[in-house]
Write a protein that binds this ligand. Structure first.
Ligand SMILES: Cc1cc2nc3c(=O)[nH]c(=O)nc-3n(C[C@H](O)[C@H](O)[C@H](O)COP(=O)(O)O)c2cc1C
Length: 151
């Protein structure tokens, strides 16, 4: 079974909730979903063994939290070129973090990023049926990229 890693950080729990729903979407598409808090990933070896990668962080002070920046320096060493990917995060008014993460995955890591683009979700929508479905759809779409690869 193909495996997708969802590595995220979350201060107040909203991006974590998104990660859980995205994992549900990945599983709905028949893939295995691994959920990891990005701060617990210490070396690039911790990122080995997955077929796709979805990274998430909330926006604070118009950027991603520093711990996510450190995580991306580790991920840069992991040889993710060509792997399917996506980026997500909860926000209230600007939502910059998922855009920056997506940008790094696409242009620095040279990953095969989802055509859906970065997925930012307003905080007040995360814990609603529509928010849940939007997250599940994002996870399902990236898992579907793996199924399409296999054809
Ligand atoms: C001090 C502070 C600064 C914030 N700065 C931004 C910001 O620049 N842009 C934005 O869209 N949201 C900003 N937010 C809102 C958070 O992104 C939002 O609460 C998000 O849902 C938090 O996600 P989390 O629960 O995963 O930590 C800020 C929140 C706090 C408390």
């Amino acid at each position: 079974m193909k495996k997708i890693l969802i590595a995220y950080i979350s201060r107040a729990g909203h991006t974590q909730q998104m990660a859980d729903y995205i994992a549900e979407g990945v599983r709905m598409a028949g893939c295995e979903a691994g959920l990891q808090i990005a701060a617990t990933i210490k070396t690039e070896k911790d990122l080995a063994g997955y077929d796709g990668y979805i990274f998430g962080a909330p926006t604070y002070h118009r950027t991603m939290p520093p711990v996510m920046e450190s995580f991306l320096f580790i991920a840069q060493q992991a040889g993710l070129a060509g792997k399917p990917g996506g980026a997500f995060g909860s926000y209230t008014h600007s939502g910059d973090a998922p855009l920056h993460i997506f940008d790094t995955m696409e242009h620095v890591f040279k990953m095969a990023m989802t055509s859906l683009g970065p997925f930012k979700l307003l905080e007040h929508l995360v814990d609603t049926p529509d928010g849940m479905r939007a997250c599940q759809s994002y996870g399902r779409a990236i898992a579907q990229m793996l199924a399409d690869e296999a054809l």
